[in-house]
Design a protein around this ligand. Sequence first.
Ligand code: FAD
Length: 442
Amino acid sequence: MRTVRVIGGGLAGTEAAWQVAQWGVPVVLQEMRPLRQSPAHHSQELAELVCSNSFGAKASDRASGLLHEELRRLGSVVIGKADEHHVPAGGALAVDRGVFSRDLTQTLAQHPLIELERQEVQRIPEDEIVVLATGPLTSEALADDLQRFTGSQYMSFFDAASPIVVGESINTEIAFRASRYDKGDADYFNCPMTQEQYLAFWQTLCEAEQAEVKDFERETAKFFEGCLPIEEMAKRGEDTMRYGPLKPVGLRDPRSPERFYAVVQLRQEDKAGQLWNMVGFQTNLRWGEQKRVFRLIPGLEEAEFVRMGVMHRNTFINSPELLQPTLQFHQRPTLLAAGQLIGTEGYTAAAAGGWLAGTNAARVALGLEPVSPPNETMMGSLIGFVTSASPKHFQPMPPNFGIIPSLDIRIRNKRDRYGKYRDRALESLTTWQKQLQPAMVS
Ligand SMILES: Cc1cc2nc3c(=O)[nH]c(=O)nc-3n(C[C@H](O)[C@H](O)[C@H](O)COP(=O)(O)OP(=O)(O)OC[C@H]3O[C@@H](n4cnc5c(N)ncnc54)[C@H](O)[C@@H]3O)c2cc1C
């Protein structure tokens, strides 16, 4: 039987290797630490949590909690161990990070079908079934080779992303649909500001608290003068933003003849028009500060954010161009990828991609058809998003309810709506699971 090779022993790679072994297929898991450390990892354990020890909200009517539940039902080793080593953290699934990673390392090392190799892989192996899961800090040599394989235009090394807002939470009594100079099809949401509103917003933005920037991120950021954080732009002068992303020229509210002092634009992010990206709002502000300051924008008072703005080093491929919904590369179906490298964001999302890539790598080895989870599940929505988003503006995405297909009925109460999403997702997962051949646990 063909062996599968998984490169990178983070959240995605650990889950992928485990799932391959559950199908009775031998797997080699290659991890470069401790021979070579990444700028953010500190230990030699598999599945190290590089920052927070939280996997997000536990409740199954929250996006992360629903993904936990789906993974639990699918036999995820990462979520299984997170449950086992959880620590009190209010509504969040948080873990004792040392015990969690050590236990996963031992569990995988003891599995008869898993061989753990400590090695930096510098080239994508040819003629093998391979899962790439080397994460946002993929080593330079492998990133170079991946760039050669995919074509340089399909790789990003820095994540400068603006916040994304749920369309339903935009106040359309204030925000209006239009394109600058009426070009296109009224494609944008526009949030207009009077002089007084603009000055209050500018002042608050200049004083808002920034997140700590790591040294390796500061260095990468130097190359990106072109996409300045919005707060830096604000600090350059009272009018700088009005001559940049907040310029009001060419924008008219079809409902009124009023002229505006400044306008914030939001661009559609997904095909269904459920998610809207704040144009030019890449930022280093702390997440709480982003919510506080950006809700001062008229029309966004009640904005629900599915992803906050970020600026950090992040190697990721243009998955909508390169990957199938099975996480196989179009150009080479024996090569699969998972984790932050494919543009899912967060620990749980990395484990979810690892589950799918590992399952499909094993299925390829066994001559079975690869699968992809239904869109109604959080896992299916997330994988669907990263493999079908607009390639031009592709940015990593965490699990959220904005990417899941709408319900047939409109439910105004958010908690009730999310509860319905959960019920539909779990029902759909159960049906799908029955169609998969049972894993051949060794
Ligand atoms: C600084 C930072 C902080 C973050 N904080 C959070 C957070 O608090 N919460 C959250 O949910 N998400 C966070 N993320 C986002 C993301 O969820 C995590 O990075 C997550 O660990 C991604 O999982 P992964 O498996 O894709 O990558 P990783 O967990 O990074 O695993 C990749 C593994 O591949 C190895 N590797 C790299 N190159 C090679 C090579 N050439 N050969 C062999 N091995 C290699 C690395 O050593 C690493 O062990 C953060 C990301 C960064 C960069």
